[in-house]
Design a binder for this molecule. Structure first.
Ligand SMILES: [Zn+2]
Length: 310
């Protein structure tokens, strides 16, 4: 009997390390929107991603995630799309409440329109609401980082988020390379902050080289920059294999462990986006990281947890 038990134990300890690690998969880019605001007329710039959508809440998100066999998501408030403070407050409150309903499945990004006077105050309020980070969409806010004065004003918002230990998630305009470079320089200017460059700069992903080269030149620089592959993984999916290899090579040089996957729902459904990223020449371990383990590590490194940060 004892022998049988010993044999069982030996087998167990031999086989356990061979089982696949059960890292949660994470959609690092999922948009929420409160009911009625798709038809609100007061958008800064109306985002066509919400066309035909009535709302996007935790119930819809959980359904989407389940269909894609993805465990968790970063819920992004649509607050940054609006000009009026009351509209942003409504959106940020809505997303905070939705996260609190399913704290094991979501962390939240507060939506801030960087071009409005209430931005700083709303970042502070979002901290109290339990948001993990802050999302800025500078194209929608009509803020250009290529403009010195606008850059300086935006840098103050970044300093506030950093002081509150909230990572900054940045959508930088795709079309202006100077803005991409200015966006990158923010991460050097705020070494204690954390920066997630959304969509990995899209078609401008080659600008990641500015980060990589700077890290090489100055080994003391803090590697506080991260990217998510939402949109970009889909956009280059039908590109020649050499282009996909180039993207992966660029990300490896940058640090593949600082790369997340996201769907940008409702731009793409979660299952389609995660199917797209699996077609890139990533190793199994790299893919496990991109699909979730990297974000889990980022959350830990930020001193955060799933659910509201209370
Ligand atoms: Zn998005």
């Amino acid at each position: 009997m004892n022998q049988l038990r010993n044999l069982t134990l030996v087998l167990l300890f031999t086989l356990l390390p061979l089982l696949p690690a059960t890292a949660a998969s994470v959609d690092a880019h999922f948009h929420f929107l409160s009911p009625g605001d798709a038809s609100n007329q007061r958008w800064a710039t109306y985002s066509s991603i919400f066309r035909g959508k009535v709302f996007s809440d935790s119930t819809l998100a959980l359904k989407e995630l389940k269909a894609a066999k993805v465990d968790k998501a970063v819920a992004i408030s649509a607050g940054y799309f609006f000009i009026e403070e009351a509209d942003a407050v409504k959106e940020n409150d809505f997303t905070a409440q939705e996260i609190a309903k399913h704290p094991e499945s979501f962390v939240g990004l507060c939506g801030i329109n960087a071009g409005q006077a209430w931005a700083l105050k709303e970042i502070e309020r979002c901290k109290r609401l339990g948001f993990f980070g802050v999302k800025f969409h500078l194209t929608s806010a009509k803020v250009s980082l290529a403009d010195k004065a606008q850059y300086a004003a935006f840098s103050k918002l970044v300093a506030k988020a950093t002081e509150l230990k909230m990572p900054v998630f940045l959508h930088v305009s795709y079309w202006v390379p100077q803005e991409v470079e200015a966006g990158i320089s923010l991460s050097f200017e705020h070494p204690t902050g954390k920066f997630v460059y959304m969509h990995a700069f899209g078609p401008w992903y080659g600008h990641i080289f500015s980060l990589t080269a700077s890290y090489l030149e100055d080994p003391k620089l803090v590697k506080n920059a991260y990217v998510d592959l939402s949109f970009t993984a889909t956009y280059f999916n039908d590109a020649p294999a050499s282009r996909k290899e180039d993207l992966v090579w660029t990300l490896r040089k940058f640090g593949i462990d600082r790369v997340f996957m996201g769907s940008d729902f409702p731009v793409s459904d979660v299952r389609a986006a995660f199917t797209d990223v699996r077609k890139y020449p990533l190793t199994k371990a790299e893919l496990r990281g991109v699909e979730g383990a990297n974000f889990e590590a980022f959350l830990r490194a930020s001193g955060a947890k799933w659910g509201p940060q209370m």
